[in-house]
Ligand binder design. Structure first.
Ligand code: BES
Ligand code: ZN
Length: 636
């Protein structure tokens, strides 16, 4: 949970629900705050930057460790610097060798600095004499990860679809790469990488790199990532993973048990890619594949380059949840190609991506579907404004404290998306599309701050004679809470109709049998559920449940919406299914708001704790931690 100068906020994707914190204060004003500085890394990137990383790691499922070496090729920026400071968390270091073009490898002295619960532990490496002025230095660090690595989840066979093989996967964003590789863990530094991964011969390793679908399955895998990426995009998974093609340049990796369902669900991926290239510019990464993980994967998707990691909860059987794929694919431009300089600029990744996602949904499916999703996002945003402290409602707020994982909330996503929608409306779609196309080209493979974006926007759109938007108006979006008065308000005729029917049904005017749910998208049903007025008895909720099969739905988003209501309204007949739902899913967005509703309905805190204790072994450590802070109000 983010403790930000005395505030307690919880808008995170992992948490995605919270209550108003009454102790909100104004932004602490300190002149020393530097918006361009990454407050979440110890690395001395003003003195050295890494250009390339070479990993050689063995995967040991028995001890739940990766061990081997990481070689960092560093460029010196400061001629006087003699120490390299890297980020680590829970790593055991066994040796450090330093070498440069003039020197053969020499042992380097190293020590750990003070540990920080959120940032980990700085590793300070002293360059050997003689190398103190070399322009380029390489460090080879021999190390082992801890079984508690916050990036890695080691799954026993029971937690996989097949049940016969173990699996491990990483989640490096925001600052977890340091728990499996010692490096400069900041999006401000971009690296190319190569990796040799050794594991059991029957398992396949994949990475955010040049996966070869035809690679011999022999337990020894070599990867190369020639495009420079920030550390949070470093990714690995090892397990009983197989490949199936989706299109010429696209495919899906999954356990064999999930492969057919994945191929069906994600069949539109190649189309999405081709459409995205037309609208946003060339896809710079070679192949685009998906990796469908077990249910404990903490996010809907993670945009690891060339290989997005995906929750299996998207496998609804009707392609209704593939906006997440459009989202992760769109990150290939916004985020992976043009990267936020620090987590404070996260809207440049998530807001721009959410806008691109909605544009892709519109062309691949239709405007109605895209509008439905826009309205649902907008309503989530309005709810968030009720809960998030005012200073944190800015698109680019002050952020020098707390946990950046907890910060990536819906403000970055939905307010960012709405801001781009606003610009599109003001300048016209064609002009704005051209702007975006040029923006991605201009900043390709660079890391930028909000202010870089603003200056570019100013120079290329706002300064046109015909511009109807001023820099002041734009700055209101970026630096002020809430929404400007002239912010767009998304609408959807189908969702409006669903909301009206919910009202009509509640007052007895519309019989449940005449609600045309069979013709509806899951989004329309979600909207209906959200618009059922409070204070209906369990008999009325039972009527809905029986008519729509809500408690037994296999659509994870419908289930999420329903079980939030079940917990808030204490519709106890569905508690057994609610409990089963919380045990089955591990994606933070799906389960956190349900736990929150249970823990806060005034009656079920102990029940929430009980369900959590039974299910916590199924959860990713990052999610389990967030949940613990919800069900145990005193949890630190
Ligand atoms: N990059 C994010 C996931 C993330 C954010 C990980 C912050 C760690 C810290 C990913 O692209 C994402 O946004 N996932 C969403 C998808 C949704 C908004 C379509 C998710 O997991 O729900
Ligand atoms: Zn995203």
């Amino acid at each position: 949970m983010l403790r930000h100068s005395g505030w307690l906020i919880c808008t995170a994707l992992l948490l995605s629900a919270c209550a108003r914190d009454e102790s909100i204060s104004d932004v602490p004003t300190s002149d020393s705050y530097d918006p361009a500085r990454d407050y979440f890394s110890f690395a001395n990137t003003d003195q050295f930057v890494t250009d390339h990383l070479a990993l050689d790691l063995a995967v040991d499922f028995e001890s739940r460790r990766l061990s081997g070496t990481a070689r960092l090729d560093l460029r010196r920026l400061d001629p006087g610097a003699t120490e390299v400071i890297l980020d680590t968390r829970d790593l055991s270091i066994t040796s450090v060798l330093a070498f440069s073009s003039e020197n053969s490898p020499l042992p380097a002295a190293y020590r750990f600095g003070d540990a920080d619960t959120i940032m980990g532990t700085p590793l300070v490496i002293q360059l050997p004499e003689g190398m103190a002025s070399a322009a380029a230095v390489s460090l080879e660090i021999a190390y082992t990860t801890s079984p508690q690595s916050t990036a890695l989840q080691w799954l026993p066979p029971e937690l996989t679809a097949g049940g016969n093989h173990p699996m491990v996967f990483s989640q490096s964003q925001a600052i977890h790469a340091r728990s499996w590789v010692p490096l400069q863990d900041t999006p401000a530094v971009r690296i190319t990488y190569e990796a040799t991964i050794t594991t059991a011969a029957n398992l396949l390793a994949v990475m955010s790199a040049n996966n070869d679908p035809l690679a011999p399955r022999d337990g020894s895998y070599f990867f190369r990532m020639p495009q420079a990426i920030p550390s949070y995009l470093l990714a690995i998974a090892v397990g009983n993973i197989y490949f199936a093609p989706l299109g010429a340049q696209t495919g899906v990796y999954a356990e064999p048990e999930l492969l057919d369902a994945s191929v069906y669900e994600f069949a539109d991926t190649q189309d999405m890619l081709e459409q995205a290239e037309q609208q946003f510019g060339p896809y710079e990464w070679g192949r685009y594949d998906l990796l469908v993980l077990p249910p404990s994967f903490p996010y809907g998707g993670m945009e690891n380059p060339r290989l997005s990691f995906i929750t299996p909860s998207l496998l609804a059987g009707d392609r209704s949840l593939v906006a997440v794929i459009a989202h992760e694919l769109a990150h290939s431009w916004s985020g992976n190609l043009v990267t936020n300089a620090t987590w404070r600029d996260g809207w440049l990744n998530e807001g721009v991506t959410s806008y691109l996602e909605s544009r892709l949904m519109e062309v691949i499916y239709d405007k109605d579907r895209a509008d439905e999703e826009r309205v649902i996002s907008y309503e989530e945003l309005l709810l968030d404004f009720e809960n998030v402290p005012l200073p944190m409602q800015a698109l680019a707020p002050r952020l020098d404290d707390g946990d950046p994982d907890d910060f990536q909330g819906t403000i970055h996503y939905h307010k960012g998306q709405l801001f781009l929608q606003y610009l599109e409306n003001a300048f016209g779609r064609d002009t704005f599309d051209e702007f975006l196309f040029d923006y991605f080209k201009h900043f390709a493979f660079r890391t930028i701050t909000t202010e870089h974006f603003l200056d570019y926007l100013d120079a290329n759109l706002l300064s046109a004679a015909s511009a109807t938007v001023s820099r002041e108006q734009v700055e209101q979006w970026i630096y002020e809470p809430g929404l400007p008065d002239d912010a767009p308000v998304p609408t959807s005729a189908t969702l409006d109709a669903a909301a009206r029917l919910a009202g009509g049904w509640a007052i007895g005017e519309v019989p449940v049998g005449s609600v045309p749910v069979a013709d509806w998208s899951p989004q329309a049903l979600i909207h209906f559920i959200n618009n059922v007025p409070p204070d209906l008895g369990n008999d009325r909720l039972g009527e809905l449940d029986a008519a729509f099969g809500l408690s037994d739905t296999s659509n994870a988003e419908i289930a999420r919406t329903w079980f939030i209501q079940v917990a808030q309204r204490r519709y106890t007949p569905a508690y057994p299914q609610l409990e089963a739902y919380l045990a089955r899913h591990g994606r933070g967005r799906l389960i956190t708001p349900v736990y929150t509703a249970l823990a806060r309905n005034g009656v079920d805190l102990a029940r929430a704790q009980d369900i959590f204790e039974k299910a916590r072994g199924n959860y990713h450590p990052q999610v389990a931690n967030s949940l613990a802070s919800i069900v145990y109000p005193d949890y630190e």
